[in-house]
Ligand binder design. Structure first.
Ligand SMILES: C[S@@+](CC[C@H](N)C(=O)[O-])C[C@H]1O[C@@H](n2cnc3c(N)ncnc32)[C@H](O)[C@@H]1O
Length: 295
């Protein structure tokens, strides 16, 4: 299957468009353009007189987004960078104060789809998990070189995994016996063996893979930095929307919006997908949208 055929289905599109309150001629930054699902819809709303800046740290995703956006208009510019650099990006490309910012966090279906990206515990591939090809540390580096207590801390902190200590011990035992853990399948099996028959609703490796992915990509650090800087590039009354997919992210977004003196929260209660979307798009099940407005 070609990449264009496995497009990511964007989540909470109507809710994002409605809450961002965009109009023709607006300038918007989509900080996680991915395969362009949200960006395409934003470009339609702001029309030819508007302008869209799209950021993503994954250059592969940007190539797909570029092709899709071209079908709607040419009033866009894509930047291959980490959104934590939002202020430097604004300066570098002379971006004016903007009328809307979107961040749709986490990984895309495309990243999960390719075995070679090493994000999936269901498909076998090299244990990589880097969203950006500029990142040096891979998940294999972490599981093969970090001491047991650090591995346990990462799996507990970023995966909220109760069996983190047992899993870290199993990883280190495996390393001693087999030298190196190289594939997603090897790691998934090590974790599954720790769980034995205590399987729950989700795959036993879900939390461990989430933890390693967050650590490898410094996802929490990038998010905190982004939330600190993003309000500075908003026009007065302009809005920022963030979609998160797990409680660690949502907690950080909730706290940042609540405590930021530059922002007013548009929704104090988190916005969740409607039943219809929950049924048609599995990925939407954990999605939470928070929106705030620049004072
Ligand atoms: C959920 S997907 C976005 C999907 C997109 N909204 C769409 O509809 O096609 C998340 C994207 O954010 C990117 N991403 C995650 N963290 C990032 C960061 N700190 N800086 C830049 N891009 C990031 C990932 O590479 C991925 O392509």
């Amino acid at each position: 299957m070609k990449a264009m055929e496995i497009l990511h289905t964007p989540v909470l599109v109507n809710e994002v468009l409605e809450k961002l309150n965009l109009k023709k001629g607006d300038t918007v930054v989509d900080c996680t353009v991915g395969e362009g699902g949200h960006s395409v819809e934003i470009l339609k709303v702001i029309g030819p007189s508007g302008f869209l800046y799209g950021i993503d740290q994954d250059s592969e995703a940007l190539k797909i987004a570029h092709k899709r956006l071209k079908n709607v208009g040419d009033n866009f510019f894509l930047v291959n960078d980490n959104f934590l650099n939002i202020k430097a990006i604004q300066k570098k490309y002379n971006i004016p104060a903007v009328n809307g910012i979107l961040a749709d966090l986490g990984i895309s279906s495309l990243q999960l789809y390719y075995n070679r990206r090493g994000f999936s515990f269901i498909k076998n591939g090299p244990l990589d998990m880097r969203m950006s090809f500029h990142t040096e540390l891979t998940a294999a580096d972490v599981v093969n070189s970090f001491p047991e207590n650090e591995l346990a801390d990462i799996i507990f902190k970023f995966g909220e995994e109760k069996l983190s200590r047992h899993i870290a011990k199993a990883i280190v035992d495996y390393r001693r016996r087999k030298k190196k853990i190289e594939t997603t399948e090897e790691l998934a099996n090590i974790v599954a063996n720790v769980y034995h028959r205590k399987r729950g609703k989700i795959h036993p490796a879900t939390r461990t893979f989430q933890a390693l992915r967050i650590f490898v990509n410094n996802e929490m650090g990038s998010l905190e930095m982004f939330l600190k800087d993003a309000p500075d590039i908003l026009e007065q009354d302009a809005r920022i929307a963030v979609i998160s997919y797990h409680s660690l992210e949502d907690r950080v977004v909730k706290k940042a919006f609540r405590e930021d003196k530059r922002l007013n929260r548009i929704n104090k209660k988190v916005i969740r997908p409607l039943e219809e979307e929950l049924l048609s798009n599995r990925r939407s099940r954990s999605a939470k949208l928070r929106v705030a407005e620049r004072i």
